[in-house]
Design a binder for this molecule. Structure first.
Ligand SMILES: Nc1ncnc2c1ncn2[C@@H]1O[C@H](COP(=O)(O)OP(=O)(O)O)[C@@H](O)[C@H]1O
Ligand SMILES: O=P(O)(O)O[C@H]1O[C@H](CO)[C@@H](O[C@H]2O[C@H](CO)[C@@H](O)[C@H](O)[C@H]2O)[C@H](O)[C@H]1O
Length: 454
């Protein structure tokens, strides 16, 4: 990457970031008091005279935890005319020396520098620098920039906001799946790596490297399955044909992942590790969310029964956090799976170890339950509406499993105990996720925990 080390994060910029960052959707330390740590900066060659482009790597230190985020910024003498609300970080200095600070993805000066620095794999179509771009709006844990060249296919560049040393699973998996010709993922078009100081600073410390961004083909006119499913359940329209295709696409991606990364048979030690990890998640969720206390006896019984899990299928790379919001119905391409980063609340090292493909099936079944329960879980809902949402969910879940089994050769419902344990595992993760991020949604996974334990 043709960038050079950039300026330090000084107190004045630190104060601006302290105010601006917590309001961003991607900010990982919501609700926690943090001290900012300067873990490095890259100064980018800027195509616009007088505009400085700098990516700061900032540690968010809350004492017991340190999240590392990348914050690309531009510095201009005058405000960026095209800046949308939220893109303006603030002003440094005053009078003639004032520097207007903008969130990089919203500034063409940063996007041009970023596109020029992307690395491209063999045979991949590079993303031209200088093409018009816009930031994807909507709920996102990262920041994506859609690039639409006038004379070439569009691309979408995702800036990973939370950084981890080493390969980002999204880049690693998309590279492998593109290589084996998987038809159910967007083709990889480029990536970017960077270097910063590790979380633990000190004398003689060695910098770490990792992925900063990934670029893939943009699929215009796509609809995400969460929105389609939510309107289908509201209108009580059939979603079974789509769910069957989605099940088949999921099984095909699992087959492609097995081809690209191989599989590992489960011996007794691996089985014991799997049971231990399911128990560890149970303990983690119970200690994080007190609403689970009412199920103490049933959760204890479930934890004990996990020893009975046997005949586990081979382990392989999986998606790790598959839900309806992670799949697009793309014109001419069918179902496409996105975002192979795994569960954001899980440590990165755990997200890349070979796992059960059924975990993704369980994730999708939970997502169908979310769509059905979105409007009907809670007090005072008409029982007829609950019954019809439940019937929609049951038919959709069956269709997804039918489609999955038709490609995988084994129907997921044949492994009922394992599938139930994985759905419960996911529902417990969701209880923690919702308690931290969307407390008003908490009742959806809590209701599922009660049902799955019952
Ligand atoms: N290749 C693509 N083509 C069209 N839209 C996309 C593409 N990739 C992502 N998106 C849109 O961007 C959203 C967020 O992408 P995702 O990779 O899940 O980001 P995040 O990791 O921030 O959640 C998706 O839900 C989808 O709407
Ligand atoms: O998309 P991310 O990788 O950031 O995943 C996280 O956020 C998801 C919500 O955006 C969350 O998914 C949960 O809510 C979905 C509805 O919004 C539902 O379809 C999923 O089944 C449910 O798990 C995901 O768990 C979390 O990791």
């Amino acid at each position: 990457m043709s960038v050079v080390p950039g300026p330090a994060l000084d107190d004045e910029l630190g104060r601006l970031l302290h105010t601006w960052m917590p309001a961003q959707r991607w900010y990982p330390a919501k609700g926690r008091g943090v001290g900012l740590r300067d873990l490095g900066a890259f100064a980018w060659p800027s195509s616009e005279p007088g505009v400085d482009v700098v990516t700061h790597v900032v540690g968010l230190d809350s004492g017991d935890r340190l999240d590392v985020v990348q914050v690309p910024l531009t510095y201009r003498a005058a405000p960026l005319a095209s800046a949308v609300p939220g893109a303006t970080v603030g002003v440094l200095g005053s009078g003639d020396a004032a520097r207007h600070v903008t969130d990089g993805p919203h500034d063409p000066a940063f996007v041009g520098a970023l596109l020029a620095a992307l690395r491209t794999g063999e045979g991949a179509l590079p993303v031209p620098a200088g093409a018009p771009s816009r930031v994807l709006s909507g709920e996102q844990s990262n920041t994506s920039i859609i690039v639409e060249p006038v004379d070439g296919p569009p691309a979408i560049v995702k800036l990973f906001r939370t950084l981890h040393p080493g390969a980002n699973p999204d880049v690693e998996v998309l590279e492998a799946l593109t290589r084996v010709g998987s038809g159910h993922v967007p083709a990889l078009r480029g990536w970017l790596e960077g270097t910063w100081l590790p979380a633990v600073a000190g004398p003689g410390v060695i910098p770490v490297s990792g992925h900063l961004a990934v670029a893939v083909e943009f699929l215009p006119g796509s609809e995400d399955a969460w929105r389609v499913a939510l309107s289908a359940v509201r209108d009580r329209t059939d979603f079974t044909a789509a769910a069957r295709d989605l099940g088949a696409a999921t099984a095909q991606v699992h087959a492609d992942l097995a081809t690209a990364f191989g599989t590992t048979a489960v011996d007794e030690a691996a089985r014991a590790r799997m049971v231990a990890s399911l128990r560890a998640r149970l303990d983690w969720a119970r200690s994080a969310v007190r609403d689970l206390d009412v199920h103490a006896a049933a959760l204890d019984a479930h934890a004990a029964a996990l020893d009975g899990l046997s005949d586990l299928p081979p382990l392989q790379r999986v998606h790790g956090d598959l839900h309806l919001g992670q799949v697009l119905q793309a014109p001419g391409k069918g179902w496409v799976l996105l975002d192979f980063e795994g569960e954001p609340l899980r440590p990165l090292a755990e997200r890349t170890v070979p796992d059960l493909a059924l975990r993704d099936v369980a994730g999708m079944l939970r997502s169908v339950d979310y769509a059905a329960g979105h409007d009907t879980v809670g007090e005072g809902v008409d029982p007829a509406a609950v019954a019809s949402a439940d019937a929609w969910a049951a038919a959709t879940r069956d269709a997804f499993c039918d489609g999955y089994g038709s490609v995988a050769g084994r129907d997921p419902r044949e492994q009922a105990d394992l599938l139930r344990a994985l759905q419960l595992d996911k529902a417990l993760y969701e209880v923690v996720y919702e308690a931290r991020n969307r407390p008003s949604w908490l009742r959806i996974p809590l209701t599922a925990v009660a049902r799955l334990l019952g």
